[in-house]
Design a protein around this ligand. Structure first.
Ligand SMILES: *Cc1c(COP(=O)(O)O)cnc(C)c1O
Length: 386
């Protein structure tokens, strides 16, 4: 069967896929249909936290599949409750709403922020500031939240109520003073925007300035969350505690799960009927996430930071690489060759990397074995130097 031809015939034409059909995977390795082997430094865009079809994760997920799959949120089940308890005890946030994707996790944060403001201040104080270069999802509202015009143009009109500022104090200070702003939504490290960590001084100032105005701080940790940055959540690097944190991608290690964690101010804003999701908090996805979180401990995070440091040092010194940005195992490389050429040449040599804007993006599994990481970096640096 020619899968790529069938894909072109039957799958909606929304993806510019690479000409590679992946047949199976194990950890940080995948194989194509002909048996060709590739080292995976993309993890399905920061999703397969412990690699693909990881044994311990698969055991946890399969055991749950055989015990209880889906019940809807009309009944109590254990996995979502245990997962929410774990998330709260490890972050200091108070309650969790589960959904199925990053966009939905952000939608919930936006809804909660608007309701908090409306409950407390009445209608009209509903603006949400987001940052230029950000990416918050593909639904009509999270597209409006996304601070990049190229995403908006074909889908007008956008959802009202978003203001855009550059990630610097001069740009956000005036909108914060307007009096009609409910929240600021930001990614601690802009992922799709080019793997750009926000500056520490900016985030500290923002957290304080927002708190003074009772403007909510909403962290979009869809990509940076769940150990990716070298901390459990990237906001932890900045010494702040947001009012809400949304996450998804790596949370369930390869299954669709979104979570919106709500802090002190927001924990009781939503009432029965205000929000919901048929699949959200599904026991199978939550069992996957419980396995992932149980393995993101201090020693794993230490390993993430060590691998990150080694990658930054090695790649910064490599010929053909102009700069390295990012945090933890979420890195962006500015290369002399166009990113697409680097990606294609790496693929031809058995290494999968992806892009972010004009950069080559690396998002390896949190537990990628050193030998595979070194083998992949050898190929990557050769390709960049040629
Ligand atoms: C991927 C991503 C999203 C959207 O997540 P989906 O699961 O594709 O809806 C939102 N925000 C950030 C920061 C992301 O990286």
């Amino acid at each position: 069967m020619d899968i790529q031809a069938l894909d072109k015939e039957y799958i909606a034409n929304t993806y510019g896929r690479f000409p590679l059909t992946i047949a199976r995977g194990k950890g940080s390795l995948v194989w194509d249909e002909a048996g060709g082997r590739y080292i995976d430094l993309g993890t399905g865009i920061a999703v397969s936290s412990f690699g693909i079809s990881d044994d311990s994760w698969a055991d946890a997920v399969c055991a749950q599949v055989r015990t209880l799959t889906h019940t809807s949120n009309l009944y109590y089940t254990a996995p979502d409750v245990l997962l929410a308890k774990e998330l709260c005890s490890r972050t200091g946030l108070k309650k969790v709403f589960f959904s199925n994707s990053g966009a939905e996790a952000n939608e919930c944060a936006i809804k909660v922020a608007r309701k908090y403001s409306a409950d407390k201040y009445g209608p009209g104080r509903h603006q949400i500031i987001t940052l230029t270069g950000s990416f918050h999802g593909r639904t009509v509202t999270t597209l409006a939240a996304t601070g990049q015009d190229s995403f908006h143009k074909d889908f007008l009109p956008p959802t009202e109520g978003f203001l855009y500022g550059q990630p610097k104090r001069e740009s956000v200070e005036a909108p914060l003073q307007r009096g009609d702003v409910a929240a600021v939504l930001f990614e601690p490290v802009q992922g799709e925007g080019g793997v750009l960590p926000l500056e520490r001084e900016f985030v500290s100032w923002l957290a304080q300035a927002a708190a003074e105005k009772d403007v909510l701080l909403l962290a979009d940790e869809v990509q940076t969350g769940n150990g990716r940055s070298g901390a459990l959540y990237a906001y932890m690097h900045y010494g702040i505690l947001p009012d809400a944190v949304s996450t998804a991608k790596g949370l369930a290690g390869g299954l669709p799960l979104g979570a919106t964690m709500l802090g002190e101010k927001l924990q009781n804003v939503l009432k029965p009927g205000d929000h919901g999701s048929t699949f959200g908090g599904n026991p199978v996805c939550c069992a996957g996430a419980l396995n992932v979180l149980s393995r993101i401990d201090d020693s794993l995070l230490q390993e993430v930071r060590e691998k990150s440091q080694w990658l930054v040092e090695t790649l910064s010194a490599a010929k053909g690489i102009k700069s390295v940005s990012g945090l933890g195992l979420m890195l962006g490389l500015e290369t002399e060759k166009p990113a697409r050429e680097v990606i294609d040449q790496c693929m031809a040599k058995g290494v999968l990397v992806i892009s972010a804007k004009q950069k080559v993006r690396l998002l390896p599994a949190l537990n990628i074995p050193w030998e595979l990481l070194k083998e992949a970096v050898q190929v990557l640096t050769e390709v960049c130097a040629e």
